[in-house]
Design a protein around this ligand. Structure first.
Ligand code: RI2
Length: 331
């Protein structure tokens, strides 16, 4: 089949996701959905729906290869591509319009979900609370900002989040909302935990067993919180739940370029030093009190139920594509 070139705008979005110019699990999901819409608009191939679908799949593949950990990315892409395939559009106009509609639908859903999480989560925040957050999560910030807008008197500790310092973005956003925020080094978490009474973080992926994959350092925070009997809340839209984990797939942890930590000179002068830069870690469900989703607040152990409710048919498709003969037996 003819391969139609991916438009530069799509390649640019893919590159921005890879280099983290566009970052945050929700944001990369919306950017990928938007990229597919652009791909559909820019399609210049033959008037053949099958070729168009193959071309969209090719763009999807490029976007999927940008970052491996946040499942919001494949879930957003799958939202568009699986529905496109299932609906079987009869002509090009219908196919293009469908991709645009699905992309807009996903983006709207995502933005509304973040808002709902803010409303639901803010009910758990009380006046006088001292909250600790990590990295820069739109979902976690939505909870904190909603609570502040309800005139609850809160104080926030934001970790720097090395090596890319996303905590600085968090501090800036909270400050612009008029929230009392203190920036701390990641290594000060256990020391500061004595002053904190709630931890609120985001998620890149939630596994079927309720384990949460989030920015490196999250599991240390959860451990320190557990020791200090401080409750840990995770704010995550349901498209951050991983269907593949239902059938036992593992979540790949992204290892980024060491040059995000040390410069080229250091690497040259210390060629015998191995530098590793893992971007995420895994917090077991035992260290999480609740996950705040747009569907409500759930215990981490209920992650499987969310997955079956939201992705039941996708899990079945995935299972069949991965284990064809077993899948047929199951039918
Ligand atoms: P929202 C980020 O990953 C952080 O780990 C953050 O907690 C998570 O995505 C969720 O962010 P990165 O892209 O979707 O900075 O809540 O590596 O904004």
């Amino acid at each position: 089949m003819v391969k139609i070139k991916c438009p530069v705008e799509v390649l640019q979005i893919a590159n921005d996701i890879k280099t983290m110019k566009i970052r945050g699990a929700g944001r990369i999901a919306r950017a990928a959905a938007k990229a597919l819409k652009i791909a559909a608009e820019k399609y210049e191939g033959p008037d053949d729906v099958e070729v168009f679908i193959a071309y969209i799949d090719h763009a999807a593949k490029i976007l999927l290869e940008t970052r491996p950990t946040a499942v919001s990315l494949p879930n957003a892409i799958m939202y568009v591509t699986t529905r496109l395939r299932r609906k079987r559009p009869i002509n090009m106009a219908e196919a293009k319009a469908l991709v645009a509609k699905l992309s807009n639908e996903f983006i709207k859903y995502s933005l509304t979900a973040t808002e709902k999480i803010g409303i639901i989560g803010s009910r758990r925040i009380l006046s006088g609370d001292v909250v600790l957050t990590h990295c820069n999560s739109t979902a976690a910030l939505s909870v904190i900002i909603h609570a502040h807008k309800q005139e609850k008197d809160i104080k926030v500790y934001a970790t720097e989040t090395r090596p890319k310092f996303q905590g600085h973005i968090t501090a800036r956003i909270l400050l612009s909302e008029g929230i009392d925020v203190t920036l701390i080094p990641d290594s000060a978490v256990r020391y500061i935990m004595k002053k904190v009474n709630k931890v609120i973080v985001g998620a890149d992926t939630v596994a079927a067993n309720g384990a949460v994959v989030n920015k490196i350092g999250t599991s240390n925070i959860a451990l320190a919180a557990h020791e200090a009997r401080v409750r840990v809340f995770v704010a995550a839209e349901t498209y951050k739940f991983s269907p593949a984990t239902v059938i036992g797939e593992l979540v790949e942890i992204e290892e980024r370029d060491p040059r995000e930590m040390v410069d080229e000179k250091y690497l040259k002068e210390n060629s015998n030093v191995t530098v590793r830069n893992p971007a995420f870690d895994i917090t077991p469900p035992e260290y999480i009190d609740a996950i705040i989703t747009e569907e409500g607040l759930i215990p981490p152990q209920a992650a499987y139920l969310i997955l079956i409710e939201k992705f039941g048919w996708i899990i079945q498709d995935y299972f069949i594509s991965k284990y064809p003969s077993r899948g047929e037996d199951e039918e």
